[in-house]
Design a protein around this ligand. Sequence first.
Ligand SMILES: Nc1ncnc2c1ncn2[C@@H]1O[C@H](COP(=O)(O)OP(=O)(O)OP(=O)(O)O)[C@@H](O)[C@H]1O
Ligand SMILES: [Mg+2]
Length: 605
Amino acid sequence: MKAIHPLPDLLINQIAAGEVVERPAAALKELLENSLDAGATQIDVDLVGGGIKRLRVADDGAGIEREDLALAVARHATSKIALVTDLEAIATLGFRGEALASIAAVSRLSLASRATGKPHAWRIEVEGGTVAPVTPAALAAGTTITVQELYFNTPARRKFLRAEATEWAHCDEAFRRIALSHPEAGMTLQHNGRAVQRLAAGGRRARIEALLGDAFVLHAALVDEEAAGVRLTGFAVRPAFAAQGPTAQYVFVNGRFVRDRVLSHALREAYRDVLHHDRQPAYALWLTLDPRRVDVNVHPQKTEVRFRDSGAIHQFVRHAVERALATTAAEQPAVSAAERLGVAAARLPPHGGPHGERHGDGAAPAAFAATFPVWTPPGQRGLDLATAEPANFYARLFGPRDPAAAPALPNDDAHPLGFALAQLHGIYILAQNREGLVLVDMHAAHERIVYEKLKASHERVPVQPLLVPATFVAEAIELATVEEHAATLDALGFALAPIGPATLAVRGMPAPLSDADPATLARAVLHDIREFGGSQAFAVRRDELLSSMACHGSVRANRSLAVPEMNALLRQMEATERAGQCNHGRPTWYQLTLSDLDRLFMRGR
Ligand SMILES: Nc1ncnc2c1ncn2[C@@H]1O[C@H](COP(=O)(O)OP(=O)(O)OP(=O)(O)O)[C@@H](O)[C@H]1O
Ligand SMILES: [Mg+2]
């Protein structure tokens, strides 16, 4: 074995760069965060060649003193924290003093800055970690950092960079996240000499309109709730609109874009019963809380957080969004809401009865009486969802309908969950077994069945080829995800390929989910892969990906099921391991025995 020796600084920084700035978009994010930390009110971004060739960020922030320039590009040098206790309440976006050193180790970096109140600007240049002396520069105010030829001196890393278009798509998304989170700063973005964004400083609404489209705000419910020092504000797109827009899901915690499982799960739950199964939620939400209650020092790119009381945060976020969505649905004229929602509207109370009684909020079930869902024969729907929701969906899912199979004897030992009697509010199945009444949460049960099927396919989820590929208009970031995560998609049972500069074709679907809407499921899964991130997505996050996919592809509330279809679901539950709980740990069914019922009615037996 070779002798142990300390690594040279440059190499240490290059290794760190692999984690901190794995691609141009990550470098861009770090530079933008530095500008915001410096209190910039205007930030201009100029990219060339997807950010690989050149990445320049100019701000009008506080600037850096001449004598601090060398420290700014040195590792472990920061102006933002000083004590270990500061780590417990980080109020700035940066705190490690690592970003600039990492970027400078793998690029040609030039940093020019004029500190507030100083007559001159100064420049420092670093080439592959070698720092040149400070020289005078011309700059009206603030800081301008230019990063050229990213990874020019680390060919192994450079090889991992994708085509210019892909890196550009990632930069565009990084810019969008920062721009959304900080509308108080004016921002511009230019790529290869073409102006892409010009955003005036202003409020959140205007920023969202500029970046996500007017329709996003128009169709969104306003969220604004506060409890125990935690505040959630922003916009949650109403279910009726959800699928029409791209999957825009942004959550900011104390001004920082994060991917957090607790939050995304809470949001999925909030939408669960009001969203048609082939639609995706869309939202832009800001969560603010005392920085002591959230740890941001858990991920090299600072995109993950850990809440001290994650259970409480989950509840708070879910209820806040649920309430917001309920209010907005009530404000809509009943007819147009019903038309837009199609079948899903059946569950939305026309006069504002919150759908909260499931969650113990004590609402009036009377509001639902008029909207009890009825089975509509195939071909009679006539609403805009007709194509998205094939009427024989359930026939294929649970086998053909057989009226003779309907009411059967409840005391059958082979069928512990009994036999279906009816469906309640499009959410529950009521079944009768020997002990009494069984209540089944349709979505939760189906989700569990699909998840177990998916998990049972070891290396790779089997593909069900589609006779006619489903195509959809894709965003650049979606095309980039397909290119980068081909292996993961393959393992998940997807056959996806670009068939044009902005079009993706789904040629095959994961067999256990082959009845879900191909484009919607594909988009949801692409989104998940991106969220979970990294080239190791499938290996490391397999169960999470499968679980989320099962949730996306499973039957939502508001689907009318015929009795044989309900029975088929009960039979599948009996045959499925752990069918008693959904993937999120909620029960999927509940038994009310005859003696429970007798007690309820004080009926002595
Ligand atoms: N645009 C800027 N305007 C003013 N000061 C800046 C700017 N960019 C960097 N600095 C200064 O350089 C220091 C180092 O920046 P760097 O991004 O490397 O570390 P950091 O932001 O402190 O922490 P992190 O590594 O978490 O980003 C900062 O602490 C800040 O003082
Ligand atoms: Mg920084």
